[in-house]
Design a protein around this ligand. Structure first.
Ligand SMILES: Cc1cc2nc3c(=O)[nH]c(=O)nc-3n(C[C@H](O)[C@H](O)[C@H](O)COP(=O)(O)OP(=O)(O)OC[C@H]3O[C@@H](n4cnc5c(N)ncnc54)[C@H](O)[C@@H]3O)c2cc1C
Length: 419
């Protein structure tokens, strides 16, 4: 239906043809033996990187994305889609705000509805120290030009009447921070939108193509071994989330990352009752309601390391208990399905967007539990880093060398359960 004006008539005409004449959203082109830039990992970040490379830096030449499974099938397909930028430190807030601004125009830019819904995000405070931290972060956000408000428990209750704010609770709600421009987007739509737009700009999107080795000679990347054969490459950008450490090892690099399972689950579809996103670090859970009516629920990581895309049942138990503590009236809601992803956690809860000691080899990883919100911004600045062999001003502080210089950006307070 590309290029055709949407009308009742065209919808009916195509509906009766059972989709048979629909063009695929992106072209399935075969893998070539040589590319100027190869992006490893076809999640949202890898696809966004390829899109912004092709759009903003076409001088780099031929680009391919190599994905071992299907496009957008990793953490991109498995996350709970919270988008916000109210981080504490200027560097992190700057990176996520750069992304939030791109989200605000993304549907038009990609000409694909990514279902970005700015329904606001609440971070609840349950202790006096929580409230001091909230005030500090909101003040920092004001100085950074980011929208943020401190709310009282009564004001939160007005917007979310189902929330139990009674003082008799184990951890009573004392207030919250609220970011009005924050919200959610549709994970699959984001991956598909970037894939379609990148493909139209000539990027080759290769699925079922696992990178098994990196060919490095004289300190420079030469190419990649893949499950579909050898590919010569001028530059390689690795965007493999939980598998970043595995790829780095192929280049003899040890990244300061741990890969953990992170789970989420959804309820049966319900009538629309929650029109925002609510998170609680202290009670340890968060919830929003999808357009289909499901409650989308998550919490923190499973504490052990692993590459299995599932987690252990006690985390689900714990998360369900946290949600019922916040919303006792949801105790009879039935849960529909659960899943897990593999998140790459860095020591300061901030990403790594960096050159490496291998010429032409770059890494974008360490997003941990909170990278979906950064998808457009991450792709935008990583494309710049690869094209210029130097960081964009927004990601200069996120280089690998911060772990040797000690210039860490500690965002543990704004990360954890608060994705
Ligand atoms: C349950 C859960 C909830 C989350 N909730 C949120 C949230 O609410 N908000 C938020 O901002 N973030 C959230 N996140 C984090 C977010 O999902 C990730 O940070 C983000 O999606 C990372 O995107 P990506 O494109 O880098 O990774 P991915 O989508 O995982 O893409 C990496 C791709 O690399 C591929 N790959 C790996 N190794 C190879 C190889 N050798 N060769 C070829 N391809 C390879 C993988 O198959 C994968 O498709 C959540 C994550 C999970 C698991």
């Amino acid at each position: 239906m590309h290029g055709e004006k949407y009308s009742w008539w065209s919808l009916l005409k195509h509906g009766l043809k059972h989709h048979k004449t629909w063009e695929p959203a992106w072209e399935r082109r075969p893998l070539q033996s040589h590319y100027d830039v190869v992006i490893v990992g076809g999640g949202g970040h890898g696809l966004a990187t390829a899109y912004y490379l092709a759009k903003n830096h076409p001088q780099v030449g031929r680009i391919a994305v190599l994905e071992k499974g299907y496009l957008g099938g990793g953490n991109t397909a498995r996350n709970t889609t919270i988008v916000r930028s109210n981080y504490l430190w200027d560097e992190a807030a700057g990176l996520y705000e750069h992304s939030l601004k791109l989200w605000e125009g993304l549907t038009e830019d990609l000409n694909f509805n990514v279902m970005f819904s700015q329904r606001g995000v609440y971070n609840l405070g349950h202790t006096l120290q929580d409230m001091r931290d909230i005030e500090r972060r909101v003040n920092a956000n004001h100085l950074q030009g980011i929208d943020a408000v401190v709310m009282t428990a009564a004001e939160v209750k007005e917007r979310i009447p189902q929330l139990d704010i009674s003082r008799s609770r184990r951890l009573p709600v004392l207030g919250a921070s609220f970011q009005p421009r924050a919200g959610i987007a549709h994970h699959d739509a984001v991956a598909r939108g970037f894939a379609r737009a990148a493909s139209r700009l000539g990027v080759d999107l290769i699925e079922n193509c696992e990178v098994t080795g990196l060919d490095i000679e004289a300190g420079r990347i030469q190419g990649l071994q893949t499950s579909q054969g050898y590919v010569k490459a001028g530059r390689v950008g690795c965007v493999a989330a939980g598998h970043s450490g595995v790829l780095a090892k192929m280049a003899g690099i040890r990244l300061p990352l741990e890969s953990h399972p992170l789970q989420a689950f959804v309820s049966e579809s319900m009538q629309r009752v929650i029109d925002t996103v609510i998170m609680s670090n202290a009670v340890h859970g968060y919830l929003s309601q999808s357009d289909k009516g499901e409650f989308v629920i998550g919490a923190g990581i499973d504490s052990y390391l692993g590459y299995g895309q599932r987690g252990s049942p006690h985390i689900i138990d714990h998360t369900a208990a946290a949600i019922i503590e916040l919303f006792p009236m949801f105790s009879r809601v039935r849960m529909n399905r659960q899943w897990g992803g593999i998140v790459d956690v860095s020591p300061d809860a901030c990403p790594i967007i960096s050159k490496t000691r291998v010429q032409g080899l770059y890494f974008n990883c360490g997003w941990g539990t909170g990278g979906f919100k950064a998808t457009p911004g991450s792709g935008h600045v990583f494309a710049h880093t690869i094209a210029h062999d130097a960081p964009h001003p927004v990601n200069a502080a996120f280089s690998l060398d911060r772990f040797t210089t000690g210039h860490l950006i500690d965002e543990h307070g704004a990360a954890a359960v608060a994705h």
